[in-house]
Design a protein around this ligand. Structure first.
Ligand SMILES: [Zn+2]
Length: 607
């Protein structure tokens, strides 16, 4: 059992955090709520047992549905595959007929009852921010993979009561308390709110703070005496303050950072909370810690950008099939631009650390051949079948809308500043778009771009056509010139005698050196290497896996060799001509002698 150091204030403060009002969907009040009780009789077996009392509304049969995906993570995950032993009965215990009606639906005969009890088990052992985990120490439940609901989708309240396993002291969620006032009892105004509100049960360490009168808390599960709780909470608070400075308001009444220290990674945005995962050792490693803070910042930024200001396609949701949008470059990409930027503006990362992070995004974009194949708007549309289902050829065929979208954010921000002589920025575009499109309607493709043109006082249609809807290379020059930045000349490859390079990604598996990726346009691609080839020798001299890089260093660019490989047990010789590793020429740095105007613009951007 993991023991956590829990500050004395934690319980009282979480109570305050949870007391705020719900979303108040008025039509939800007219229908009887569904109410769930979740039990963990044997948490070490990773099961949650759910009992749902479902109103029938006079119907002879009802249909129950398990979501197939969860918003913010665009992949059909078939959550119903973890559901078992679905049974139904009247409230006085008479069994009712249950039949499967599709892969994720169950039809229940109601036999004249006005409410029925439906019970089932959910296997909870997938450690990610969009799935469930249950073990002896804690439960992490997401709404979509946990709660069967009525398939009619009429808005109604969904109540949840958690019966904690022995030793679990708290249940933490952004949901408000249920009207029954019992501990561990919550009310979601509707199913969307339930799906949007992850639930943690266990004995977490909670650090509460208030910014501009709005309560927030960092809730750590699994600190284990390793994670630096108070210091990390102080940094999270600085990020919250910085984002409030950018937007001028909070889009929620209270906010929870649910931070799982479980040796996994990721973050998923919700309306008034986020679920995060990292290693409990993260606070002890500066680089990892800054990346975690970048994720914290990213997910918080989503409270404005995607949870409120969103593409029209992203809500209300059909939880059983995909929804498509070309605008993830905006909601994910611009959020990826602002995530580390807010960490820097909050005074946590240095200017060099911020520029390094941005340089990493640019380098990833510029060394991914798929940027020349698929426009970022199309990559967004195809998120369900490409970004979330990558394979060994993904770098050759598509580009991440996170990466390219973040770089577009950098360039668009500079463009707006230049067009307005430094009076306006991307901040102003987001705020104007929020004022116009947050809420029920959402924005349609092109509408966010139109707001950017208005703020710039320029028609940016052609600029967006190139950046978003074409595979043309992005033009960095105007942004570099505006801020007085340059890409650093690469020190290493400027040296004499550049070492041989094939451009293959390799991995070692059971002592064998295997080709893991072949990028288009590299010498390895030209020579005909395949993913899965085992590399055995160069020019008939054995190369052991650990000697591969060193051996390449003994050849030079332009040398021609025969590489012996094994492909499905057959030996094959591939003629290859070594190339030269492309210079790492995407590292941003300030120019040696910036003008006063450039210095001022860089400060205005980063301070
Ligand atoms: Zn995101």
């Amino acid at each position: 059992m993991i023991r956590s150091r829990r500050p004395l204030l934690a319980f009282a403060i979480v109570t305050v955090v949870l007391l705020s009002a719900g979303r108040g969907n008025p039509s939800a009040q007219s229908l009887d709520p569904l109410s769930y009780t979740v039990r963990f009789p044997a948490p070490a077996t990773h099961y949650a047992e759910v009992e749902a009392v479902v109103p029938v509304d006079g119907r002879p049969a009802i249909e129950l549905m398990m979501a197939a995906w969860t918003p913010g993570s665009y992949l059909i995950r078939e959550y119903a595959r973890h559901v078992e032993a679905v049974r139904a009965a009247t409230l006085d215990g008479r069994p009712l007929a249950v039949a499967k009606s599709s892969k994720n639906r169950w039809r229940v005969e109601t036999a004249g009852a006005d409410r029925v009890s439906v019970t089932y088990r959910v296997y909870c052992r997938e450690m990610s921010v969009r799935t469930n985990w249950v073990e002896a120490d804690f439960a992490m439940l997401n709404g979509a993979p946990t709660f069967l609901t009525l398939a009619d989708s009429a808005p109604r309240a969904h109540d949840v009561r958690i019966e904690p396993a022995p030793g679990w002291s708290e249940t933490v969620t952004a949901l408000p308390p249920a009207p029954d006032g019992r501990p561990h009892s919550f009310r979601a105004a509707d199913f969307d709110t339930l799906v949007d509100s992850p639930i943690i049960a266990g004995s977490p360490s909670t650090y509460a703070f208030t910014v501009e009168g709005t309560p927030h808390a960092l809730v750590n599960v699994g600190e284990g005496g390793v994670w630096e709780g108070p210091a990390s909470a102080a940094d999270v608070e600085r990020i919250v303050r910085e984002q409030h400075r950018t937007w001028g308001f909070f889009p929620y009444e209270r906010y929870l950072f649910l931070n799982m220290l479980v040796e996994a990674g990721g973050g998923l945005e919700h309306r008034d909370s986020t679920l995060l995962m990292t290693s409990r050792w993260t606070t002890r490693d500066r680089g990892r810690y800054l990346r975690w803070l970048g994720t914290v910042s990213h997910e918080l930024f989503h409270a404005w950008n995607v949870k409120q200001l969103r593409p029209a396609a992203l809500g209300p949701f059909d939880y059983e099939r995909e929804v498509f949008t070309p605008s993830l470059w905006m909601v994910e990409g611009l959020t990826s631009y602002y995530g580390p930027l807010a960490v820097h503006r909050a005074g946590i990362s240095t200017r060099e650390e911020f520029l390094d992070a941005l340089s990493g995004q640019i380098e990833t974009l510029q060394t991914t051949p798929g940027r020349l194949v698929q426009p970022v708007a199309d990559a967004s549309y195809d998120a369900w079948i490409k970004y979330y289902r990558p394979n060994e050829n993904s770098p050759n065929t598509t580009i991440s809308y996170y990466t390219k979208g973040a770089v577009i954010g950098f360039l668009l921000d500079a463009l707006l500043r230049e067009a307005t002589d430094g009076r306006r920025s991307l901040d102003d575009v987001l705020k104007a778009a929020y004022a116009r499109y947050s809420g029920v309607r959402g924005f349609r493709p092109g509408e966010f771009e139109a707001v950017a043109s208005e703020v710039a006082g320029l028609d940016l249609d052609d600029w967006f056509d190139r950046a978003i809807r074409s595979t043309d290379e992005l033009d960095y020059e105007p942004a570099l010139e505006w801020y007085g930045l340059e890409f650093a000349p690469d020190a290493e490859t400027g040296a004499e005698g550049a070492p041989a390079w094939l451009g293959l990604d390799t991995r070692v598996d059971r002592g064998r050196l295997l080709v893991a990726g072949v990028r288009r346009g590299t010498p390895g691609y030209e020579a005909g290497f395949n993913v899965g080839d085992e590399i055995l020798a160069i020019d008939d001299y054995r190369v052991l896996p650990e000697a591969w890089e060193r051996r390449l260093g003994l050849y030079g660019a332009g040398d021609e060799v025969a590489v012996l490989i094994a492909r499905r047990e057959r030996l094959v010789r591939l003629d290859a001509r070594f190339g030269e590793r492309p210079p790492a020429r995407w590292r941003l740095q300030p120019v040696a002698s910036p003008s006063a105007a450039q210095k001022g613009r860089l400060d205005a951007w980063l301070d």
